[in-house]
Design a protein around this ligand. Structure first.
Ligand code: HEC
Ligand code: HEC
Length: 292
């Protein structure tokens, strides 16, 4: 009996040591990645920002891309998660009180490539989605950020917790640092005419839906998500004969799946997409319904 207990004790001790070593390794891997400086592109966009339509920028920020979901309704910065396992992630102040000293090129690089002005990668800022924004839309977005009232609020620096570090180190959470998934020299996507066409729908879906639903829109668990987040559904709507335009529009506007009536769970940004207009929804439908 004693010998069995001793053996068990030794096994438990071994497991603890192994777990601690794994965590240490994951810590080192992520610390190195967080400190790595990448070559940040210089994006010559200041001139376009000066003449860009601010109302178009507001639509991109508030309806199409849901920046307030993380950065707060007033864009003055907000908590994304604060949890001992996941970490402390606050999205910083995007109003002139926060970005006043940033150049248009630096803001553009943060949004398009996920890099700070010093070349270090931003944590979970979904640049892998926003890299698809066309030049004019990015300019309008920045013009809008410059126009909003300054909000005096600061957010604490990001601290990445053990779970995302472990997932990142194991290669299961590449979008912890979206910059690492983006080619910074990639050219801008073309902006199709804003009309109820599949081309405009593809553009919207790439810049707004791909981060959660995947670049192929096949759905699945959202990498690195807290455990209470639902997996994203497949939205290759042509693959399921039960979808039609009306059902899709109702799903987006009412936040209930037209397939089975369940209320769509977080993090599907229901309250944001409710404000999508008929052209945006018809365009999305005309694209997503071609995917089988
Ligand atoms: C999923 C949450 C999330 C969404 C949605 C999001 N961001 Fe962020 N963003 C962050 C986080 C977190 C940081 C800070 C990361 C860090 O410090 O490493 C950040 C940083 C930034 C920065 C750098 C600012 C600074 O002071 O470091 C800019 C600029 C920015 N975001 C713009 C945007 C814009 C514009 C949108 C919408 C098009 C947007 N973000 C949507 C989470 C988000
Ligand atoms: C922040 C993550 C996120 C983003 C961004 C997002 N979704 Fe979702 N979406 C989800 C999740 C999670 C679900 C599953 C929710 C559930 O089943 O309760 C979902 C479900 C859906 C459904 C319901 C599918 C069904 O089978 O009933 C549709 C339709 C949908 N999303 C369309 C879109 C479109 C179109 C966009 C872009 C304009 C988009 N989503 C952007 C996370 C997201």
């Amino acid at each position: 009996m004693k010998r069995v207990l001793k053996l068990l004790g030794a096994l438990v001790a071994l497991a603890v040591v192994a777990a601690a070593a794994t965590l240490l390794w994951a810590w080192k891997v992520t610390d190195e990645a967080l400190a790595r400086r990448h070559a940040s592109p210089s994006i010559d966009i200041a001139q376009e920002v000066r003449s860009a339509p601010i109302d178009a920028g507001e639509r991109i920020v508030r309806v199409r891309n849901g920046c307030p979901d993380c950065h707060g309704k007033d864009l003055g910065g907000a908590r994304v998660v604060d949890d001992p396992v996941v970490g402390k992630v606050y999205a910083p102040n995007l109003t002139p009180a926060g970005l006043g000293k940033w150049s248009d090129a630096e803001i553009a690089a943060a949004i398009r490539t996920g890099l700070r002005p010093d070349g270090k990668p931003l944590v979970i800022m979904p640049a892998h989605e926003y890299q698809h924004l066309a030049r004019d839309d990015l300019a309008a977005l920045i013009a809008y950020l410059r126009s909003v009232p300054a909000v005096e609020r600061s957010t604490p620096p990001v601290e990445v917790g053990p779970l995302p570090r472990l997932l990142y180190a194991l290669g299961k959470f590449p979008t912890l640092l979206p910059a690492e998934t983006i080619d910074p020299s990639r050219g801008f996507d073309e902006k199709p005419h804003e009309a109820p066409t599949a081309a405009f729908g593809r553009y919207l879906a790439s810049a707004s839906c791909s981060g959660c639903h995947g670049s192929e829109f096949r759905g699945g668990p959202i990498p690195g998500a807290p455990p209470d987040w639902a997996a994203s559904a497949p939205i290759r709507l042509g693959a399921d004969g039960r979808w039609n335009l009306d059902g899709f529009v109702r799903t987006m506007r009412e936040g209930r799946s037209a397939l089975d009536g369940h209320a769509l769970r977080a993090p599907m940004p229901v309250s944001v997409y409710r404000k999508m207009n008929d052209v945006e929804l018809a365009a999305l439908w005309n694209f997503l319904s071609t995917l089988r």
